[in-house]
Write a protein that binds this ligand. Structure first.
Ligand code: GLP
Length: 241
């Protein structure tokens, strides 16, 4: 694992954007795996600037998002489809038809999961997967559990995830209890992985995912066996490792 320590969120976002921009420039047909949550917001802002100011070209880029809330339509303000359009897709020259996000309101959700995995394979797999991390160690919505699932699946969200994500909703009751998430297999099959983490509340979990032990109770700990992982953390986390 390559660990990069930066001063603050601003630098974290710069690092994140420059690693993604490098991929986009060297491989204009790259398949990017994208994440939501508050951590990558600054990275997306920088990418938008790089597009507007330096002409960073997304016209042949394909993207697959990690996850979507089950039951939220793409136009729901808290859906990840809406998040991606608002924070990235609407501001760069990506073709919306090349942006994939699990459909949280598919009539047949099992079929939707299967279709999503097939699509990732069809497009040649993910070249660079961007990840945030839940305070409980989840990546995408792969929650701590007895076993980790390989493919895209419907998952019951952990209590602490529902509580953590309630900050984006009017109340905790409004947070969907389930989500569709890419499995650990699709994430681990990505050629390169970039994980961003910021703030002291992530220090404990970061120390657990770099400690040389791997457990399904800490899903992100599996990243230790991937050959090309970069983790960018800020000084607040690093000071506590
Ligand atoms: C959500 C997403 C994850 C994300 C996590 C952390 O639960 N499904 O992909 O990594 O939030 O979010 P934040 O970056 O806001 O801490």
């Amino acid at each position: 694992m390559n660990i990069i320590v930066v001063k603050n969120y601003e630098e974290l976002s710069e690092q994140g954007a420059s690693i993604i921009a490098r991929e986009v420039k060297t491989n204009p047909n790259a398949v990017l795996g994208l994440a939501t949550g508050s951590t990558p917001l600054g990275t997306y802002r920088k990418l938008v600037c790089m597009h507007k100011e330096e002409g960073l070209d997304f016209s042949s880029i394909t993207t697959f998002n990690l996850d979507e809330y089950y039951g939220l339509a793409p136009n729901h303000e808290q859906s990840y489809a809406y998040f991606m359009r608002r924070n990235l897709f609407n501001h760069v020259n990506i073709q919306l038809k090349n942006t994939y996000i699990p459909n949280g309101i598919a009539a047949d959700i099992l079929e939707e999961c299967k279709r999503y995995d097939e699509l990732i394979e069809e497009k040649g797999g993910i070249d660079l997967q961007l990840l945030g991390i839940g305070a409980n160690g989840h990546i995408g919505f792969n929650e701590p559990s007895e076993e980790l699932l390989i493919g895209t699946h419907l998952v019951d969200l952990a209590e602490n995830t529902i509580k953590a994500n309630s900050r984006f909703f009017h109340s905790v009751e409004e947070v969907p209890k389930q989500a569709v998430t890419m499995g650990i297999g699709s994430i681990m099959k990505a050629k390169k992985i970039l994980l961003l983490a910021c703030g002291e509340n992530k220090a404990k979990i970061i120390s657990k995912i770099i400690d040389g032990k791997c457990s399904t109770k800490v899903p992100a700990s599996i990243l230790q066996i991937h050959p090309q992982v970069t983790i960018v953390i800020d000084k607040e986390i690093n000071d506590q490792l």
